[in-house]
Design a protein around this ligand. Structure first.
Ligand code: SF4
Length: 310
C-alpha cells in the first residue's frame, strides 16, 4: 500500500500545507555523538554546515514574514559557529526559538555556558532521551550518555528549565526497535516518576516519536530483515485523524545548504518541494509556500501511525 493511495482512500489527496508557522532550520550534520536511531546520520565526521550567508537569509525571512517560531536542529546545532548569532538575532526579531539539543553537548569544550545562553534567550529546549533507564539509552546513544543527560537536565533545572513558566524543557522518547511508541500519557508518567525518584530531575512534556524508516534506522531494519515488517506495522496503524497535525502542514524545513523541504525527513530522503515551488530559502515566497502541495512518500506512514509522531 502506497501512502498516496491511502490518502486517496481518505479523500485527503493531495496533502496541502495549512500555513507556515514554524521555520525549521538544520544547521548541519556534525554532532558529538552517532546515535543508532539518528535519521540524519549525524556524527563527528560530518562536515555539512550552514554558512553565514544562509544564516543571514534565514534571518531576513523571519524579518519579512510573520512566522512565529524558529526551530533549530542538526546534528548538534550548537557546533555550528553561527549558532549563537542566529539565536540572539532571532530573539531580537521577537521569534519563539526551539533548540533540538542532545544535552551531552554541554560537556564538550567551549560549550559549558550553553545552558545559561539558553536561559538568557528563553529558548525552548527539546532533548532526546530515548528511555528513562540507563542501559537502554547507552545502547542507542553510546556509553555514558545517560549520566551526562541526567547531569545536563540537572543544570537546566537549576536555571529554572522544567520548573518555571517560560523555560520549557521537553523530552523525546523513541522506541528502541521496530515497534510503535506506547501511549503518550502512560510513558510520560513512567518517565516523570522514575527520573524524579532516582535523579531528582524535572521536565515539562514528553513527546513520543515513532522511528522513521529512513537513514540509519532504515539501514538497521534492512540489515536485520525487518524493513517490510516494520512498514506493515506503520501501514496497519495508519490513523487519518493525525493528518491535520502532521508537521509538514505547519512548517517548512531548511537544509544546511539553504534548500527547502516539507520536513526534516524529506530532507534526509532527498525529496524536495513539489513542482513549481521555490527550491532555496533565498527565493522564499511565503504566500505560495503556505498553501503548497506536500511531497509525501511512503515514509510518511511513520508520521500517521497510531497517535501520530509530529
Ligand atoms: S514525513 Fe511525510 S507526513 Fe511526515 S512531516 Fe514529512 S512530509 Fe509530512
Amino acid at each position: 500500500m502506497k501512502f498516496a493511495e491511502r490518502l486517496k482512500e481518505e479523500r485527503r489527496y493531495p496533502l496541502r500545507a495549512e500555513n507556515v508557522e514554524i521555520l525549521q532550520v538544520n544547521l548541519g550534520y556534525r554532532c558529538n555523538m552517532s546515535c543508532k536511531h539518528c535519521h540524519v546520520q549525524a556524527g563527528p565526521a560530518r562536515r555539512e554546515m550552514m554558512d553565514m550567508k544562509t544564516v543571514e537569509t534565514v534571518l531576513n525571512v523571519l524579518r519579512r514574514s510573520n512566522i512565529a517560531t524558529l526551530d533549530i536542529t542538526g546534528g548538534a546545532p550548537e557546533l555550528n559557529p553561527h549558532f549563537q548569532y542566529l539565536v540572539t538575532k532571532s530573539k531580537e526579531i521577537g521569534r519563539h526559538i526551539i533548540i533540538r539539543s542532545n544535552l551531552t553537548i554541554f560537556f564538550e569544550d567551549g560549550m559549558e555556558d550553553m545552558p545559561e545562553f539558553y536561559r538568557e534567550n528563553e529558548v525552548e529546549v527539546i532533548a532526546s532521551l530515548p528511555y528513562y533507564l540507563k542501559d537502554n539509552v547507552d545502547r542507542v546513544r553510546g556509553r555514558g550518555t545517560f549520566h551526562k543527560s541526567m547531569n545536563a537536565i540537572k543544570k537546566l533545572n537549576v536555571l529554572g528549565y522544567g520548573r518555571r513558566d517560560g523555560l520549557t524543557l521537553n523530552l523525546v522518547y523513541n522506541p528502541q526497535g521496530a515497534f510503535l511508541p506506547p501511549e503518550q500519557c502512560s510513558i510520560e508518567r513512567d518517565y516523570r516518576k522514575e527520573l524524579k525518584e532516582k535523579y531528582g530531575v524535572d521536565f515539562d512534556k514528553l513527546y513520543t516519536f515513532a522511528n522513521m524508516p529512513i537513514g540509519r534506522f532504515s539501514e538497521f531494519l534492512r540489515r536485520s530483515g525487518n524493513f517490510e515488517k516494520y512498514m506493515d506495522t506503520l501501514i496497519d496503524a495508519f490513523n487519518p485523524s493525525t493528518l491535520d497535525g502532521i508537521m509538514c502542514r505547519h512548517l517548512i524545513s531548511v537544509g544546511w545548504n539553504g534548500k527547502l523541504y516539507d520536513c526534516d525527513f524529506n530532507q534526509v530522503a532527498g525529496i524536495g518541494l513539489s513542482d513549481g515551488n521555490t527550491e532555496n530559502i533565498a527565493d522564499f515566497d511565503f504566500e505560495r509556500l503556505a498553501v503548497r502541495e506536500i511531497a509525501a512518500d511512503d515514509h510518511c506512514f511513520g508520521c500517521t501511525a497510531g497517535q501520530g509522531s509530529t
